[in-house]
Ligand binder design. Structure first.
Ligand code: 0A1
Ligand code: ZN
Length: 902
């Protein structure tokens, strides 16, 4: 059983390391490392400790020496996970020699084999699989790295910092030396060896220095680096201009690998990227890939300051670097889009992702604050909460303090903490200094888990023209936190008339005539706001731009002309869908109308009872959107998209995935057949003609084509089907081709199998494309008369071209199925759960990190109908009773899923 580590138990390190010299003799079977550390005891501790505990896993120790003299075995203690050197009482030099096997390393942490190359991944605790070391983020040292390897096999040898020496050895090997001038924690160490080629450019920094930028790839991928290089240059420029931060090295390198557990890694000066976020050209990348690459390149580059120059004291502070860096990459992506409507689209996409993953997590047995208080495996806490909610919390500060004060606080944070390993307090204190505000209440966002529910009850008094909002906030209990205190929540408010005219936002007693939204603050459990100056009951808009990550519930009073509160809510949402100026609020209004319709259909979906699939109000709103030529294609696509099955399910008391899928299908069919003419016109009008470019405008058109076709497929519209086949076969860009195939895959057309097989044959030898193909199959529906999806996923897992050792294969095929195809996964016959257990067992033996991600797909089991929940309980329980057969990371998830009270 893994032990639980608590934030409150933090202790400063017993010893500091000033410099590290690492000498590698690389060999995939057995690599040898000689590590020379200059170390000194930390005499600032209340009780200095002279036993020095180093971490080490899956290593073979060869020797230990102190100031050049070999140590006898009595001078140290070795266990499976630690090497303790006794009596390190004064500054000294420790030399450790050890070995490990990159080939045997299928966990992809430490140094491992990827294709013909060697790659490293050290965050969070991979360095201890390379050598014995105090593998914790608060030990910062200067690294010098000497790499020796066979020159023919590994012509390129890279590490952090700057190359300082290179020479050939007389045994066919060569040696390269890298020196990193900046002290860093071990998790930022990187090493790459292989037969790689690069795109290289000189780039002039703001201060006139020239930096060498390189994107390293396998030779076959050299035609896929241009977009990554462009994104890197844009990121460097943006950080200079927007945050006044410059690149601090002479060179900056990005390396792509097909085998990687995460998206990418911000190692100092040597970022390593999952190929899907580093390789692009029109043949292998979709619009979404181009956008993702820009954002991930930005994210990793921005870490150079927020994460690397200022790093973490301990892993509990993860959101200090991740929340802040996600916030920065979101702002970057948004600035790159420039235009207001495109930025709004970007924001809405982020909100959808947050609701779908983070809100779900907040309501699960794994719920945790953005700064957790405890963990068993820190790798299980690289979560939507730490990253995405963490970014929202930073955004809250920007909203509350205003950009200028926020920027002042940011600068202060950088200046005060540069070169240090700090806690989240450092950031908040800088913001307090800049704003003069006490952020004590704000800090609850760091310690309380759960999504705050803000309920607003309205009342309109026609006699006085007053409009009263009674606002209350509460946050549901989460594991270990039954009672929550109120949060500080920014609360924007605006009003419009029923004809869409903006109305003044004026509190009783004020004289303003401004019709702009106004920002208020919620601080108490209950607050009342009385606005005035209305002839008629206004339409109320709240939480513009999704100012706060809350669940908002508005309960309108029902005194108007015999309408029920629900009818009035529908009416107001429809008015917002038509007239609202804030793009998020407008989208959300339509989205809520859709969600409401879907929920009603599910609740009333009793056999024999034919409820009307959609209300007149929703229909009119939808009609209005399709035919509104003033709405940009990208925004229109979002407005027209129904909530996902996952989001619909999460809005129900008990999730019945089949009922959800059925209801969604009915609404799609209804809208698709009713509006088939407009939809076909819309699709035709937005088809890509001519050369492909991934710019936001034309990408928006392609997303609209996809949404339009999706409705037409549900309606089995012949014209739509023809077009889908045409795209699947002949589209000149990958985005449309995938749209075509995804659409064809949900039909029963005769050509379907031919089209799917043809693309598989064509794409099999390009991993990026193969993964897209796998995801289409795993995410598609089962059609009558065909094998169910679960069988096809199982079959593909066992195909020679799919490997469970490759995380991207698992994510594309297995996780797409478990996460994005609820109706097929949660089958009543339990086939989905049987596959889950089988794949959890298999992947856990190879790669525990990937297995833990699979494990998480059942954590919400209690939220489902009993027939399903019982079966999920059984497989989870099966894992727990055989706990010794699984990795501690998987057990942490399963144990919490079963035993964390909610
Ligand atoms: N820090 C990287 C990604 C990353 C995530 C998890 C890790 O270990 C569990 C390691 C790296 C980023 O934010 O891009
Ligand atoms: Zn990050």
């Amino acid at each position: 059983m893994a032990e639980t580590i608590y934030r409150k138990d933090y202790q400063a390190p017993s010893h500091w390391v000033d410099t590290v010299r690492l000498e590698f003799d690389l060999d995939p079977e057995s690599t040898s490392v000689t590590s020379t550390l200059s170390v000194r005891p930390n005499l600032d501790l209340d009780t200095p400790q002279f036993d020095w505990v180093l971490n080490g896993e899956s290593l073979t120790l060869v020797s230990v020496a102190l100031n050049g003299t070999p140590l006898p075995e009595t001078a140290y203690t070795l266990t499976d996970e630690t090497l303790t050197l006794h009596n390190i009482v004064e500054p000294c030099e420790v030399t450790i020699v050890n070995r490990f096997s990159p080939q045997a390393n299928t966990a992809l942490q430490g140094i491992y084999v990827s294709g013909e190359n060697l790659m490293s991944q050290c965050e969070s605790q991979g360095f201890r699989r390379i050598t014995y070391y105090p593998d914790r983020p608060d030990v910062l040292a200067r690294f010098k790295v000497v790499i020796r390897a066979e020159k023919r096999r590994y012509p390129v040898l890279l590490s952090n910092g700057n190359p300082s020496d290179a020479r050939d050895l007389d045994d066919g090997r060569h040696e390269v030396v890298w020196t990193d001038p900046f002290p860093k924690p071990s998790y930022l160490f990187a090493l790459v060896a292989g037969n790689l080629v690069c795109q290289r450019e000189l780039f002039e920094l703001k201060d006139g220095r020239n930096a060498t930028l390189e994107v390293w790839v396998e030779p076959r991928d050299l035609d896929k680096t241009a977009h990554t290089m462009e994104s890197l240059k844009k990121s460097i420029r943006w950080d200079e201009e927007r945050f006044g931060l410059e690149l601090d090295l002479d060179g900056f390198r990005i390396v792509a690998t097909q085998d990687f557990n995460f998206g990418a890694m911000e190692n100092k000066g040597l970022n390593i990227f999952n190929a899907r976020y580093a390789l692009a050209n029109p043949k292998v990348a979709t619009d979404q890939d181009y956008a993702n690459i820009e954002s991930v390149v930005g994210h990793e580059y921005f870490h150079n300051w927020t994460g690397n120059r200022i790093t973490l004291r301990d892993w509990f502070q993860l959101t200090l670097k991740e929340g802040l860096t996600v916030f920065r990459d979101q702002e970057f992506s948004s600035d790159m889009l420039g235009e207001e409507s495109a930025r709004a689209v970007e924001r809405i996409k982020n909100v959808i992702a947050l609701r779908q993953s983070q809100f779900r997590e907040d309501a699960s047995p794994m719920a945790h604050p953005i700064r957790p208080e405890s963990y068993q495996k820190i790798d299980n806490f690289y979560t939507a909460t730490v990253y995405e909610k963490g970014a929202e919390v930073i955004r809250l500060l920007q909203t509350l303090l205003g950009w200028e004060t926020f920027r002042k606080g940011f600068d202060d944070y950088i200046q005060t903490n540069d070169g240090n390993a700090v806690t989240c307090e450092a950031f908040l204190e800088a913001m307090e200094r800049a704003s003069g505000r006490d952020l004590k209440q704000f800090k609850r966002w760091y310690s309380q888990a759960g999504t705050p529910r803000v309920t607003v009850m309205t009342d309109f008094d026609p006699k006085t023209g007053n409009y009263t909002l009674q606002v209350s906030q509460s946050t549901p209990a989460t594991p270990g936190q039954s009672v929550k205190k109120p949060f500080l929540i920014p609360f924007p408010v605006s009003f419009m008339s029923e004809t869409g005219d903006p109305l003044p936002v004026r509190l009783v007693g004020e004289t303003t005539t401004s019709t702009d939204k106004r920002l208020f603050e919620l601080t108490e459990e209950r607050q009342t706001f009385v606005f005035t100056g209305f002839d008629h009951e206004p339409v109320l808009s709240l939480n513009h731009g999704f100012a706060a990550p809350i669940q908002l519930e508005i309960a309108l009073n029902d005194t108007e002309g015999g309408m029920t509160a629900e009818q009035k809510t529908d009416k107001h949402r429809a008015l917002q869908a038509r007239f609202e100026r804030d793009a998020f609020v407008r989208w959300d209004a339509l989205n809520q109308l859709m969600l409401q319709s879907l929920r009603e259909l599910i609740i009333h979906d009793i056999p024999g009872h034919h409820a009307e699939p959609i209300s007149r109000t929703l229909m009119d709103a939808f009609d209005g959107v399709i035919n509104d030529a003033t709405i940009s294609p990208a925004y229109k696509a979002l407005l027209m998209t129904l909530p996902s099955e996952t989001l619909i399910g999460d809005s129900l008391t008990l999730i019945d995935p089949q009922a959800v899928a059925h209801a969604r299908q009915r609404v799609r069919t209804e809208l698709g057949s009713r509006y088939s003419t407009s939809l076909n016109e819309l699709v035709e009008a937005n088809l890509t003609r001519g050369d492909y470019t991934p710019d936001a405008e034309s990408a928006g058109r392609r997303s609209l084509v996809r949404v339009g076709l999706d409705y037409l497929m549900a309606a089995t519209d012949k014209h739509g089907q023809l077009l889908a086949c045409e795209l699947a076969e002949n589209a000149t860009n990958l985005t449309d081709r995938l749209t075509g195939l995804t659409m064809v895959n949900q039909t029963r057309l005769q050509r379907k199998n031919d089209l799917l097989l043809k693309s598989l044959r064509e794409w099999m030898s390009e991993p990026l494309l193969l993964n897209k193909w796998l995801a289409i199959i795993a995410g598609g529906p089962s059609m009558v008369g065909e094998d169910p999806v679960v069988d096809r996923v199982r079959e593909l897992v066992n195909c020679a071209f799919v490997s469970l050792k490759n995380p991207n294969n698992v994510y594309a095929l297995v996780l797409t199925f478990f996460m994005n195809n609820p109706a097929e996964f949660h089958r009543l016959d339990g086939q989905g759960y049987a596959l889950w257990l089988e794949l959890l067992e298999k992947t856990d033996k190879l790669n525990p990190h990937v297995a833990a991600r699979i494990a998480r797909t059942l954590e919400n089991w209690r939220r489902y109908t009993p027939a399903l929940a019982d079966q999920m309980y059984m497989v989870l329980n099966d894992v727990l009773t055989r706990r010794d057969e699984f990795s501690p990371g998987v057990i942490e998830i399963v144990d919490k899923a079963l035993n964390n009270p909610l």
